[in-house]
Design a protein around this ligand. Structure first.
Ligand SMILES: [Zn+2]
Length: 184
């Protein structure tokens, strides 16, 4: 008889017929295959990115894609399978801004609970001033702190990461930030 180990390769072992149920020993609803018992766990996605600086100017990219097309963001995006967070952050900077980075340290880890998303942001330095819009950017630019288009930032995490970068820009050592307490 062939193996029916539902954990084989982390994939369903049959043509799945999913139903929502709480598996034995679990405490929340999952998609479970009614035929083989495979549990299709859904977990948060990880976004990696960076606040990349050269001569005190910060790399920003104006988004060419939804959501928030036309707004400015830091180079960041979803991790790919089989890569490290460091490689992912450098890849995103290349894809969005044709920028080469040297990563310094983890600046922040933000939990976006309503999106089930975790963002890991690095402090980084641009290896050179050669930047150019990649396919996901309308334009890219290097912004002095006073030039940052605060009203046109794409996401709250961009604002958080910029402010956390600013607060620690002269510190060699600091504890990475997490979600700021919202101030009204
Ligand atoms: Zn199955």
């Amino acid at each position: 008889m062939e193996s029916k180990d539902p954990s084989a390769n982390g994939k369903s072992v049959c043509e799945p017929d999913f139903e929502e149920k709480i598996p034995p020993g679990d405490d929340r609803l999952r998609s479970v295959c009614a035929k083989c018992g495979f549990v299709d766990y859904q977990n948060p996605k990880i976004v990696v990115g960076s606040v990349a600086v050269r001569d005190d100017k910060i790399l920003l990219c104006r988004r060419a894609i939804a959501p928030r097309r036309g707004f400015w963001t830091l180079p960041a995006g979803y991790m790919e399978l089989g890569e490290s967070v460091e490689t992912g952050a450098m890849r995103e900077a290349w894809e969005e801004a044709r920028a080469r980075l040297t990563l310094d340290r983890i600046l922040a880890v933000y939990s976006i609970e309503h999106l089930s998303q975790v963002q890991i942001m690095f402090r980084a330095h641009l290896d050179n001033a050669d930047i150019e819009a990649g396919p996901e950017s309308l334009e890219v630019g290097l912004f002095a702190w006073a030039e940052i288009p605060w009203a046109e930032l794409a996401f709250p995490t961009v604002n958080w990461a910029l402010r956390h970068w600013y607060d620690t820009r002269e510190e060699a050592d600091f504890v990475p930030f997490s979600n700021p307490i919202e101030r009204v």
